[in-house]
Design a protein around this ligand. Structure first.
Ligand code: HSE
Length: 305
């Protein structure tokens, strides 16, 4: 194959208590068309156009290069055309999508030297944590963790009647900053609190007890420390809950918030936007379905002359 089109979904990590372990794929996709080339050529349309790096430091390019190196194949360059729908630096998995676009695309161009575990491990190694990449690759709700130096990941079904409202602030957030505010150790009571919440969340989703999500999406491992970066988080969460959201949590490392709803989610979206606006934060909320497909690729037609 000489030209490949890869699509990768947005993801929301943690879902509250499942820090660095849970991820949810959402129906909002970035597209990447890749072909081998004798230089680096990156074009970007949509989110991040004009701002994201278009040199060899572009994350899609770095992901592609990593696969060539893993496969022991010379990397001369790559042509990458990106159509981004996932807003960058908002806690919606844009970097996981970029890594996977490059990794999965290069793997297809090279005749698939890496199997699915190989793709997942390389993406998690490059991203630094497995939660977003596992959900983006496999789709659905994923549980992932490191075990003996490798990622173990399972994708679970999610009740189809749930939708997920994401409030996407205009302001960007840096994952590195949102991780730097976290302590190295937490009180045992907080660890126990989160073990209970993650267990309850998976159990509630498995048996269709959406009424338990308010408690099941609570967290004490990262959100309390990140509150100072996102002081409006509690007000927007409260507004979402008052408007009927079943549960609400920071999306990944923020600044987006994720609310679980039944029905269309319009009321919850409007309430979240209004609460953010009252706190001086402009943002757009949209309701998304779960993506169950994960990363997909296909041969792309050759470019015209
Ligand atoms: N689990 C990670 C975090 C997600 O919360 O820092 C970052 O995208």
């Amino acid at each position: 194959m000489t030209r490949v089109r890869v699509t990768v979904p947005a993801t929301s990590a943690n879902l509250g208590p499942g820090f660095d372990s849970l991820g949810l794929a959402l129906a909002l996709r970035n597209e990447v068309v890749l072909s081998e080339h004798d230089a680096i050529s990156v074009t970007i349309e949509g989110e991040g156009a004009g701002r994201l790096d278009t040199t060899e430091r572009n994350v899609v390019v770095k992901g592609a290069r990593a696969v060539f190196e893993l496969a022991g194949r010379p990397f001369r360059g790559i042509k990458a055309s990106l159509l981004n729908r996932i807003p960058p630096s908002r806690g919606l998995g844009s970097s996981a999508a970029a890594w996977l676009g490059g990794i999965v695309g290069a793997n297809a161009l090279l005749g698939n030297p890496l199997d699915r575990d190989g793709l997942l491990n390389e993406a998690a190694r490059l991203e630094g944590h497995p939660d977003n990449v596992a959900a983006a690759l496999l789709g659905g709700l994923t549980v992932s963790c490191w075990a003996d130096g490798k990622v173990v990941a399972v994708s679970l079904p999610v009740p189809a009647d749930l939708r997920w409202v994401v409030l996407i602030p205009e302001v960007e957030g840096a994952t590195s900053e949102a991780r730097a505010v976290l302590p190295d150790a937490v009180p045992r009571a907080d660890a126990v609190f989160n073990v209970g919440r993650v267990s309850l969340l998976l159990a509630a989703l498995a048996v269709g007890r959406a009424d338990l999500l308010a408690h099941a999406m609570e967290d004490r491992l990262h959100q309390p420390y990140r509150r100072r970066l996102f002081p409006w988080m509690d007000a927007v969460t409260a507004a979402a809950r008052s408007a009927g959201a079943l549960g609400c949590a920071l999306s990944g490392a923020g600044p987006s918030l994720l609310a679980a709803v039944t029905g269309e989610g319009d009321r919850v979206a409007a309430a979240m936007e209004a609460a953010a606006s009252r706190a001086g934060i402009r943002g757009v909320a949209r309701a998304l379905d779960v993506d169950t497909r994960g990363t997909a690729w296909e041969a792309a037609p050759q470019e015209g002359p």
